[in-house]
Ligand binder design. Structure first.
Ligand code: OAD
Length: 276
């Protein structure tokens, strides 16, 4: 690991940290593909992949909103862990040489203290909603924090009350706003999800550290493939096997750190700070 970090430090370009649900697992937030990933509506059990879709939202907006408000309450009850905090410390040391790309919508990196400008939330943020029916001259959909009148405690069975329903409408026009997240049947873009900026960063990166992701989504796969192709020093932290650990195992420019995020991330950031 240290030889790869020294190689990275001798290069120009941003040090890129790509995180997935595994970094928040030790904060108590269930991972996406873990055993908790289902939700019951009526008599039917849905998998996350079925509910986190534009199609499901169009069919049953209220039920999908209730699921997100429950998931938001789980995220809000959690606190940042040593891995999130280590990344904040490294950002302070590296400044603009540091870039964080996260798939997590839990907002824990920002709550830990990572700065929004250097944190690309490529799947959105569960604390925000957006309206897609703004006036035509509006260039991008409007994003805003979920209003304070929506409770932060949301048991699984709780339904949306009338007063809360009004708060989740778009500017009082009787149409639903939507959670500010990327759904399975939607595509990445630059204005909302920093697609081009992320790709540009990996093309220039001096180091890529991949933490706690199963490698199931396309932008993270592009990032790891570009890094592998460029032979950029790369570290993959995961307690389990994943497509990314398999890629790293084949490369002399990469290493797999088999263990948890809190086990390895503080050690990586400490070594970088000491050697920078
Ligand atoms: P997953 O739940 O698919 O994968 C989490 C990964 O973290 C797995 O490889 C676990 O083995 C690993 N892991 C679990 N606990 C860990 C720990 N303590 N330390 C290190 N690694 C650990 O979550 P993601 O890869 O983040 O996107 O999922 C990616 C995307 O899939 C999500 O953002 C979501 C979903 O599609 C959208 O909703 C668009």
């Amino acid at each position: 690991m240290l030889a790869l970090l020294d190689d990275a430090l001798s290069r120009e370009g941003p040090m890129l940290f790509l995180t997935g649900a595994g970094i928040s697992a030790e904060s108590g937030i269930p991972t996406f593909r873990g055993p908790e990933g289902y939700w019951t509506i009526g008599s039917k059990n849905y998998r996350a992949e079925e509910l986190a879709t534009y199609e499901a939202f169009t069919r049953m907006p209220e039920e999908v909103w209730a699921w997100y408000l429950y998931r938001r309450s789980v995220c809000r009850a959690a606190s940042a862990n040593a891995a999130h905090l280590a990344l904040v410390e490294l950002e302070r040391a590296l400044g603009d040489r540091f870039l964080l790309i996260t798939q997590n919508v839990d907002g824990l990196h920002l709550r830990a203290g990572s700065t929004p400008a250097r944190t690309f939330q490529i799947h959105g943020n569960i604390d925000y909603l957006r309206c897609e029916d703004e006036s035509p001259e509006e260039l991008h959909p409007r994003i805003r924090e979920i209003p304070a009148g929506i409770s932060l405690e949301w048991p699984k069975t709780r339904r949306i009350a009338d007063a809360e329903r009004a708060l989740l409408q778009c500017c009082g026009r009787g149409r639903w706003s939507r959670p500010h997240v990327l759904w399975f049947d939607e595509s990445y873009d630059e204005p909302l999800f920093r697609f081009e900026s992320s790709m540009d960063a990996v093309r220039r990166a001096s180091l890529v550290v991949v933490i706690g992701t199963s490698g199931a989504t396309t932008l993270p796969s592009h990032i790891v493939n570009v890094a592998a192709h460029r032979r950029v020093p790369m570290l993959v932290v995961n307690q389990d096997e994943s497509p990314f650990t398999q890629i790293a195992e084949r490369l002399s420019s990469a290493a797999v750190l088999r263990g948890t995020a809190t086990q390895y991330v503080p050690a990586i950031t400490r070594a970088l700070i000491e050697r920078a």
